[in-house]
Design a protein around this ligand. Structure first.
Ligand code: DC
Length: 207
């Protein structure tokens, strides 16, 4: 079984994908980490995120086996990942890895922006996870404060809106709900409630 989980930044799709994978005994790939690794390679070497040639070279050279997830989850890396992910050649360089991951036994859960539309258009079940921008900003702030970072909630909200706009309006594989994806709005749901709702969608779709 292949599950495609897409949605905007801080929608809760990653947590959901992880739990679904554990529940069904599937492998899980957070595809945002691939774009984050490209962005981190640029930032760590002192290059701007909009250096297309370097971003393409970095995408061709990344090694997911050596990812340091904690470091890649840094806030500034997410913003830069949104910039490098708009480059079609970067997306093309990461395409085969994602498709091969999805195809391996016993199946997989992939979360990202274009899983249901581009990477796994034939996925068994597709879920598009959303939440209001204000709720997503609130969650992101809690997460960052939990890591000891001091943050300003209105700045986080502005960043989320800017990232949404960039991810949705780019020409290459924009963030969009696949026509056959089930919409899951988690604005009013906690983690457990979101998981239960996703499980109900998957079970119904499998019948
Ligand atoms: O899900 P995330 O916040 O880790 O993703 C970081 C950025 O990577 C996001 O703003 C857009 C890009 N991305 C993408 O374009 N396609 C994906 N499948 C996953 C992430």
């Amino acid at each position: 079984m292949i599950l495609a989980i897409d949605g905007p930044a801080a929608s809760g799709k990653g947590t959901l994908a992880k739990r679904l994978a554990r529940h069904y005994g599937l492998r899980h790939l957070d595809t945002g980490l691939l774009y984050r690794a490209v962005a981190a390679a640029l930032l760590d070497a002192g290059h701007p995120a909009d250096d297309r040639a370097r971003a393409i070279a970095a995408a061709k050279a990344i090694d997911p086996a050596r990812f340091d997830e904690n470091s890649l989850k840094r806030y500034e890396v997410g913003e830069a990942a949104s910039v490098v992910s708009a480059v079609p050649e970067v997306r093309a360089a990461l395409f085969d890895f994602q498709q091969a991951f999805a195809a391996g036994p016993p199946g997989a859960v992939l979360d990202g922006r274009d899983i249901g539309t581009v990477i796994c258009p034939g996925a068994d079940v597709k879920i598009f996870v959303t939440a209001s921008p204000e709720e997503r900003a609130r969650r992101r702030v809690l997460e960052m404060r939990g890591r000891g970072q001091s943050v300003n909630e209105s700045e986080v909200l502005a960043d989320i809106l800017r990232r949404d706009e960039r991810d949705r309006s780019r020409a290459a594989a924009p963030l969009v709900q696949a026509p056959d994806a089930h919409l899951l709005d988690t604005t009013q749901l906690d983690i457990e409630g979101s998981f239960r709702a996703a499980l109900a969608i998957v079970e119904k779709a499998r019948k």
